[in-house]
Design a protein around this ligand. Structure first.
Ligand code: PBE
Length: 280
């Protein structure tokens, strides 16, 4: 087995898709003969990145746009997903991190609303949301996470890009899981969602189009410590077929099994790895 004798630590952020992707990565390493330590479920993007940078973990599935804007401090996304990945790969090579080829899975931020609010306000895209905020300032209330409220590729950037300036009282911060139920109930007109989340469909939410293309591409790709990869180059060929199988449809289906059906993220990951023949 290509990773026989390797001790590898896998990490992830705390939300469902990350827990599933972290489990998938760990299962792939184990199937290739490695001993795996599971350090998934770290609070927030910055802490997860730090765990890999400082050697607390060897690898994680990270999103290209998150690295480009939040970690590397760029302000303009690169529209082509492949070129965005290449730019991140090149910049992070100097930081001892190697980006392996990306998945088609692109989990972007979006604003979404329930059906009743959609019938009332009829907004389809973020430009129309910005217009509504001007004509009827009380109408645009947001449920968002703390991380989104503070990231350059989150609310501050979005307000700038769409010429919108919401009063603080219109914005309520909460955990990502709560956002979906609050948005479905109409407690906020718009909730900050992840487009691959299974609850958009199950709660019948309407997603606003990012018509100015403010959000970058967020393709998931393995981000691995270069030192670890030098020692165990087979990591690349072990992860490649798995990453290739990760699409938005797969992510939505697996995320829904956890968030809608209440299954365990590790079980969901293992079932999928078996179904696709990555483990026996
Ligand atoms: N995202 C959407 C965020 C959360 C989900 C990929 C832009 C991130 O983890 O960076």
């Amino acid at each position: 087995k290509p990773l026989e004798g390797a001790d590898l630590t896998v990490t992830s952020k705390e939300f469902t898709e990350q827990l599933v992707l972290g489990a998938i990565m760990g299962i792939a390493f184990e199937a290739a003969g490695a001993e795996v330590l599971d350090r998934t479920g770290i609070q927030g993007s910055v802490g997860t990145r730090a765990a890999v940078e400082n050697g607390d973990a060897d690898a994680t599935y990270e999103y290209t746009g998150t690295a480009w804007i939040t970690y590397l401090g760029n302000s303009r996304p690169i529209p082509d997903p492949r070129q965005q990945w290449e730019a991140v790969k090149e910049a992070d090579a100097k930081k001892g991190l190697t980006w392996l080829p990306p998945a088609r899975l692109n989990n972007t931020y979006a604003l979404a609303m329930n059906q009743a609010n959609y019938k009332k306000y009829r907004t389809k895209n973020l430009s129309q949301v910005a217009e509504l905020a001007k004509s009827d300032p009380g109408a645009v209330t947001l449920c968002v996470e703390g991380e989104f409220a503070n990231r350059a590729d989150g609310l501050p950037g979005l307000e700038k890009a769409y010429g919108m300036s919401l009063p603080a009282r219109n914005i309520t911060q909460m955990d990502t899981g709560i956002i979906y139920t609050q948005t479905a109930k109409g407690a906020c007109t718009y909730g900050e969602v992840y487009t691959t989340d299974g609850r958009i469909k199950s709660m019948n939410l309407v997603v606003m189009e990012d018509d100015r293309k403010f959000f970058p591409n967020y393709n998931a790709a393995p981000m691995v410590r270069t030192a670890t990869l030098k020692k165990w180059p087979a990591i690349a060929s072990v992860l490649d077929p798995v990453t290739k199988a990760l699409t938005n449809d797969v992510a939505q289906t697996l995320n829904a099994k956890v968030d809608v059906d209440g299954e365990d993220p590790h079980e969901v990951a293992l079932d999928w790895m078996k179904e696709r023949g990555f483990v026996k």
